[in-house]
Design a protein. Structure first.
Length: 348
């Protein structure tokens, strides 16, 4: 995929107020740790994740998405009436039907003509939404659109801990598929994309590549879709080690395709932002892709894995930290269970 007329006009994020450390989660799981004689500190040691965040009770994914969207629209200097399209792309939803995008559309008071729908692609959701939005802009169907995500990890983590504590028959081996759920964090993000003729920043989306290996879609699967609110108790099982290996296999192929499509080599990007999983994933990914770790900007240490919001939040924080300057080349590396991988290039 190549684009000539698409710009990333603004990226914003909102973080929840409640900080939940890995040590706190282990205290909540004390009955399990005592029964299986598990050492304290193993969660942070294994993942590199020190803490993650929870929304206040009662917060809906749409509310978090709308907060981030308002910030991004203001940053882009857009009037509400100028937004032609809204895509809601998080794993978390308010409900199965209607689309959660309708709740965000209503909350923002977008014009009736503004197209809106949900995009579901696990942790890759926002990049998939950006790909769709970029296509519509390149085709001239949209002049300005917004891609949003509001991830709510609280119900998943609460449900996981409840399950681990209540089932006294679980062994050390049995609990392994549930531990990846404990790395999930909450956050909201929004990306405003515009036609190049409307852009004030000139942050140009150059293009990218996509690759899949769906024979491994069983390696990380969540429960039936019932939204992600306080009333839900979703659960997820993950073969974390196998998913790590297979995901990076797909990433390696995608990176080769992206470099070919964009005319890049491994030294081209000045900054790299990845989907945030944990320490082991980051290290192996950079080794396999032969990328310079010094170009990486990471947030998993204090945010955890925030699903589809991870990559846009990380990118926004990199910009805030001064890591992205005019003319820099940014690589966005996204991997999601399924296994799907999308990588994009931006000229900042």
């Amino acid at each position: 995929m190549r684009y000539t007329d698409v710009c990333l006009e603004a990226i914003s994020y909102v973080l929840p107020p409640q900080v939940v450390t890995s040590a706190m989660l282990e205290k909540w799981m004390k009955p399990l740790y005592d029964r299986l004689n598990l050492p304290e500190g193993r969660l942070e040691l294994m993942t590199g994740i020190r803490e993650r965040r929870f929304w206040k009770p009662g917060t809906k994914p749409s509310e978090a998405s709308a907060k981030a969207a308002r910030l991004a629209i203001d940053l882009a200097g857009l009037a509400i009436r100028e937004v032609d399209c809204l895509l809601h792309c998080s794993v978390s939803r308010d409900f199965v039907e209607p689309a959660t995008s309708t709740a965000v559309h209503r909350e923002l008071n977008l014009p009736p003509r503004a197209l809106n729908f949900d995009v579901s692609n696990a942790c890759l959701g926002v990049l998939s939404g950006m790909f769709l939005m970029a296509n519509m802009i390149q085709l001239g169907q949209v002049q300005a659109g917004i891609v949003v995500s509001g991830e709510n990890s609280g119900p998943l983590i609460d449900g996981t801990i409840e399950r681990l504590i209540k089932d006294a028959n679980l062994s050390r081996q049995d609990i392994k598929p549930y531990f990846a759920s404990l790395t999930i964090g909450s956050a909201a993000a929004a990306v405003v994309m515009t036609h190049r003729s409307r852009s004030k920043t000139g942050h140009r989306l150059l293009g990218g590549a996509h690759c899949s290996n769906t024979q491994f879609n069983h390696l990380c699967q969540g429960s039936d879709d019932a939204g992600m609110t306080d009333a839900s108790r979703p659960h997820m099982q993950t073969d974390a080690q196998e998913l790590l290996q297979r995901g990076i296999d797909v990433a390696e192929q995608t990176w080769e395709d992206a470099k070919k499509e964009l005319g890049w080599n491994n030294d081209t990007p000045t900054t790299v932002c990845c989907h945030q999983v944990g320490r082991a994933h980051r290290q192996l990914l950079y080794e396999r892709l032969h990328l310079d770790m010094d170009k990486d900007f990471s947030t998993f240490e204090f945010l955890g894995n925030c699903g589809s919001a991870s990559l846009p939040v990380t990118t926004a924080m990199a910009a805030e930290a001064g890591r992205l300057k005019k003319g820099d080349i940014l690589a966005l590396l996204g991997i999601g269970s399924g296994i799907n991988c999308t990588m994009m290039g931006v000229e900042w």
